[in-house]
Design a protein around this ligand. Structure first.
Ligand SMILES: CC(C)(COP(=O)(O)OP(=O)(O)OC[C@H]1O[C@@H](n2cnc3c(N)ncnc32)[C@H](O)[C@@H]1OP(=O)(O)O)[C@@H](O)C(=O)NCCC(=O)NCCS
Length: 155
């Protein structure tokens, strides 16, 4: 029987589990994965939230976001490849949205490589493109790729 996806709020003690998912989910050639130190640094800032998606004791994915005043940024989201397309990513974003909505945050922004399939994922969740940053990401092969900036109004 498939276990339910549970979303739990996490903290710096959970970074090792976050890094396991991070290293499985992000292709190192794209240079998008963060280090444990970068995650810890972001988490130490006011307004940061980290959620883990679990199935039993297994971490399926995580989402890290930060708010400043009445706006927030989804900094990172990832689901382990063997658990993608089963609703974990959507459930994590839903949790971020409800958490920030309860704090009167009105908008969530994010940046994503324009050639990342996650662009379609964000579109399904209602994010709309608000801008384009040319040559924003540098891949390990030296190539540059554009970043789309997306946002979601929280009602
Ligand atoms: C992006 C990511 C987090 C999505 O997680 P997921 O758990 O697979 O997504 P879900 O199963 O919750 O999908 C939610 C919706 O998005 C759609 N979707 C998800 N991935 C998609 C893809 N690659 N292409 C098209 N649609 C996609 C799903 O079909 C689903 O649609 P539905 O609501 O009609 O059923 C996951 O693919 C991932 O970890 N990617 C690698 C890391 C990354 O690039 N993160 C984003 C940049 S920070």
């Amino acid at each position: 029987m498939t276990k339910e996806i549970e979303i739990v709020e996490a903290d710096a003690r959970d970074i090792e589990e976050v890094m396991t998912v991070m290293n499985l989910a992000f292709d190192p050639r794209n240079g998008e994965a963060w280090t444990a130190a970068q995650c810890a640094g972001a988490l130490s800032l006011p307004g940061s939230v980290l959620f883990l998606a679990r199935s039993g004791r297994r971490a399926l994915g995580f989402a890290l976001a930060r708010s400043v005043a009445d706006e927030a940024e989804l900094l990172l989201i990832a689901v382990r490849p063997d658990s993608q397309r089963s609703g974990a990513g959507k459930t994590l974003v839903g949790k971020i949205v409800s958490s920030y909505a309860s704090k009167a945050i009105k908008k969530i922004h994010l940046e994503v490589r324009t050639d990342n399939p996650a662009l379609a994922f964000y579109g399904r969740l209602g994010f709309v493109q608000s801008g384009l940053r040319r040559n924003y990401y540098r891949r390990s092969d030296g190539q540059f790729t554009d970043a789309a900036t997306l946002s979601l109004e929280i009602v």
